[in-house]
Design a protein around this ligand. Structure first.
Ligand SMILES: [Zn+2]
Ligand SMILES: [Zn+2]
Length: 334
């Protein structure tokens, strides 16, 4: 099997350009020359992310539906964890900002479309949409209202298929899926849905991955969240950047740097110790130990094998703690 040429550049802090000779792989010869005749372009949501990073949860329920916490109790819990923003997304019900919500916790209105079909999030809503059994109609309506539209917990339930894959793929455009939904830890199925993510991405769907608590009980908060790069922590700015994928999901690993510059990506983490890079269809191409990584994305290209259309990274830490980056797309391939 041919070797992919993506590699981490080990000596972080070594001269950035040009490469030291010893950093160049010996097989950088003919193929590389040919490769430059058809330059690849990388589309990263993290290009020039110079904003600040803000943390929040998009998915959770209160006593207005089937949650254990009152809206006041809910925002207090998240305020206590130091979240920057929070969303309540009750089932087919619009819970508005509780009066006790602290000023420094930005509140975003949401709704989980629930009845009569698989669930999805409508974030940034002014009102709920009708939970039509035709989820294609619901998605179109959420998008028409300029909401952030996310497919929820695809691998929930005994058949690990709350959302059958074919149904997701039949939907009109939406923003993304929950790659991790923490409440499914306590339910049948799998909280993780990177398998669905890879299938969608590999078929050309431009979707992003989000991680959420899906808070129901007092004990089920603060287990999964999203960090968003934004200029300001306002509902509008947070939602806008979530829509653009300028974010990553986490169940405990924090990235202190996540930035692309042209064809290079730099990832740093204080509590992550292993970075796994994978391509189309979940093809894992490497596991890199450490806490800081630099990748030359052009090294993805390898003549004789199908050119990847995207790369994504998972940074693993202690136990089951993970950070899931968005895909970086490869375009302009031959
Ligand atoms: Zn749900
Ligand atoms: Zn829910």
């Amino acid at each position: 099997m041919a070797e992919y040429r993506l590699r981490p550049i080990p000596p972080y802090g070594a001269p950035y350009f040009p490469f030291n000779d010893w950093l160049s792989f010996p097989f950088q010869s003919k193929a590389k020359d040919q490769r430059h005749q058809v330059p690849l372009t990388f589309e990263s949501p993290y290009d020039n992310t110079n904003g600040k990073w803000f943390r929040g949860n998009l998915h959770g329920h209160t006593t207005n539906t089937d949650g254990e916490l009152s809206p006041d109790g809910y925002v207090q819990k998240y305020a206590g964890l130091g979240y920057d923003w929070i969303c309540i997304s009750d089932h087919d019900f619009l819970t508005v900002r509780p009066s006790s919500c602290p000023d420094n916790l930005v509140f975003i209105q949401g709704n989980e479309v629930t009845a009569r079909g698989p669930h999805l999030l409508h974030i940034g809503c002014q009102d709920i949409v009708t939970p039509d059994p035709d989820r294609g109609k619901v998605v179109a309506e959420v998008m028409a209202r300029e909401g952030l539209c996310i497919i929820n917990h695809p691998n929930w339930q005994e058949d690990f298929s709350h959302w059958p894959q074919a149904l997701i793929e039949s939907l009109p455009p939406f923003h993304g899926i929950e790659v991790y939904n923490a409440i499914v830890r306590d339910q049948e199925g799998s909280p993780l849905a990177t398998n669905r993510f890879d299938r969608l991405l590999s078929k050309g769907f431009r979707v992003w991955g989000y991680a959420n608590d899906d808070t129901h009980w007092e004990s089920s908060y603060g287990r999964a969240w999203n960090w968003v790069s934004a200029e300001d922590c306002t509902p509008e700015s947070i939602i806008e950047n979530l829509k653009k994928g300028r974010c990553y999901g986490s169940s405990g690993v924090e990235l202190t740097r996540l930035q692309t510059e042209g064809k290079r990506i730099r990832i740093e983490s204080e509590n992550g110790s292993l970075c796994i890079a994978s391509l189309d269809w979940g093809l894992e191409i490497g596991r890199y130990k450490g806490s800081r990584w630099e990748f030359d994305l052009e090294e993805l290209y390898d003549e004789g094998r199908r050119t990847p259309t995207y790369i994504r990274f998972e940074v693993h830490g202690e136990g089951d703690q993970v950070a899931w980056t968005q895909p970086i797309h490869v375009v302009g391939q031959r």
